[in-house]
Design a protein around this ligand. Structure first.
Ligand code: PMP
Length: 402
């Protein structure tokens, strides 16, 4: 057999840190270790019954064939209605693309638009996949550190400084994974004012956590704050997080027709269409009873409050109260430089996370995976008991450091 040589686009990238962390937790559990798992990036709730029933009905009705690349008419109209409710803007059917998850939509949008050397501005901390997706598509990620001092958000000044003639995209994520921060209308308007001076820059706004918001009313979508940018904003969303449908793999985006047309052209060569059954389920989720979403948000709020209060009471740790999504980003600078009972020095957040796994059987993800240390991310999409047990074990492990 000849030596297999992966393509350079593969050797340039890493496996997703969150997928890796989940695999490690599964391995340890299989070895019989009891792990308090705070890595999970998906709702712990089951998909609502009416959504499952819509999928069963689609199978029974023979809706089991290829659909058009842009989906069934039912799904398209459900998406357009949903986006209009969220943004006040009525997109047209030629402005939609759908795929097997928001993740695939983002990847394909980058494939459709990046040439070698095109720059993509990625504010850090970022969702783990953005820089690697850019690299896999021959682009250059331009990571802009956005620390706690600026609320983990991109400022207009930092945006202006990062833009060059090679900038193709800015990626925004609100509410954010991993910090849970949400951009306000005025913050989005201020970023839009900078973008007005750079008409070549497109914006990919990843609003997959839009429904998981703990504030009043709803989050402001970038296109609602800056409708004048509509012709260069790709608004990405999906059903994974709001409707506990991560395994159904259905995401979508709306944006300018020429961009969307090239994404759809690629999609026609990649997957033809996402699963027809998942499309029926997603249409039911978007058009059906929405009380499930509100119930989940209330549960996440209770867990968030427990996690944030618990972690802030641990010596050496601090975290902001997330306004959306189901993650907290915890500063662990107070643990860095300390010594474990085995005599090892904690040099950075990765060491700390390994120590927590070994000494306390708690799994979290190091901030370095999100481009900004020394932090770790916890997910509170898990039971209150697990969160409380995790906080207690972390507290004990920190107190054992010297
Ligand atoms: N964007 C962000 C910020 C995410 O956290 C995730 C899921 N972890 C995705 C996109 C992908 O979601 P989907 O399941 O729709 O592919």
């Amino acid at each position: 057999m000849p030596d297999y040589q992966p393509a350079s686009r593969v050797t340039r990238i890493k496996e997703s840190a969150s997928v890796q962390a989940a695999a490690r937790v599964r391995e340890l559990k299989a070895e019989g270790r009891s792990i308090i798992d705070l890595t999970v990036g998906e709702p712990d709730f089951d998909t609502p019954e009416h959504v499952k029933q819509a999928a069963v009905a689609a199978i029974a009705a023979g809706e089991t064939k290829y659909t058009s690349v842009t989906g069934t008419p039912q799904l398209r109209s459900a998406i357009l209605d949903h986006v209009e409710r969220r943004t006040g803007i009525r997109y047209s059917p030629s402005e939609i693309t759908i795929a097997g998850g928001a993740k695939q939509v983002i990847f394909t949008a980058l494939t459709a638009s990046l040439d070698e050397g095109d720059e993509v501005i990625v504010p850090a901390p970022y969702w783990v996949s953005y820089p690697d997706m850019v690299l896999a598509n021959e682009g250059t990620p331009v990571v802009v550190p956005c620390g706690d001092d600026v609320g983990f958000k991109l400022t207009p000044k930092a945006l202006a400084a990062a833009i060059t003639p090679a900038t193709k995209w800015l990626i925004l994520n609100t509410p954010s994974n991993p910090t849970g921060v949400v951009y306000s209308r005025s913050e989005l308007e201020a970023l839009a004012a900078v973008l007005a001076e750079h008409p070549q820059v497109y914006v990919l706004t990843d609003e997959i956590y839009d429904e998981i918001y703990f504030g009043e009313g709803q989050i402001t979508s970038l296109v609602a704050a800056a409708p004048q940018l509509r012709d260069r904003v790709l608004l990405v969303n999906g059903v994974s997080k709001a409707y506990a449908m991560t395994g159904w793999r259905l995401g979508y985006a709306v944006g300018p027709a020429p961009l969307v047309a090239s994404v759809n052209k690629l999609q026609s060569q990649i997957s033809s269409c996402p699963s027809s059954i998942s499309q029926a389920a997603a249409a039911a989720a978007l058009t059906g009873d929405q009380s499930f979403v509100a119930e989940c948000v209330e549960a996440y709020r209770e867990r968030r409050d427990a996690a944030v209060a618990g972690l802030n009471a641990v010596p050496g740790l601090s975290c902001r109260t997330p306004e959306g999504a189901f993650y907290a980003y915890v500063n662990c600078a107070g643990a860095v430089g300390k010594t474990t009972p085995d005599g090892a020095t904690i040099g950075n957040d990765q060491d700390f996370v390994l120590y927590l796994l070994d000494a306390a059987s708690v799994a979290v993800i190091p901030g370095s995976a999100y481009g900004l240390g020394p932090y770790f991310r916890i997910s509170f999409a898990t039971s209150l008991e697990t969160i409380n047990a995790g906080v207690e074990a972390i507290d004990k492990a920190i107190r054992a450091l010297s």
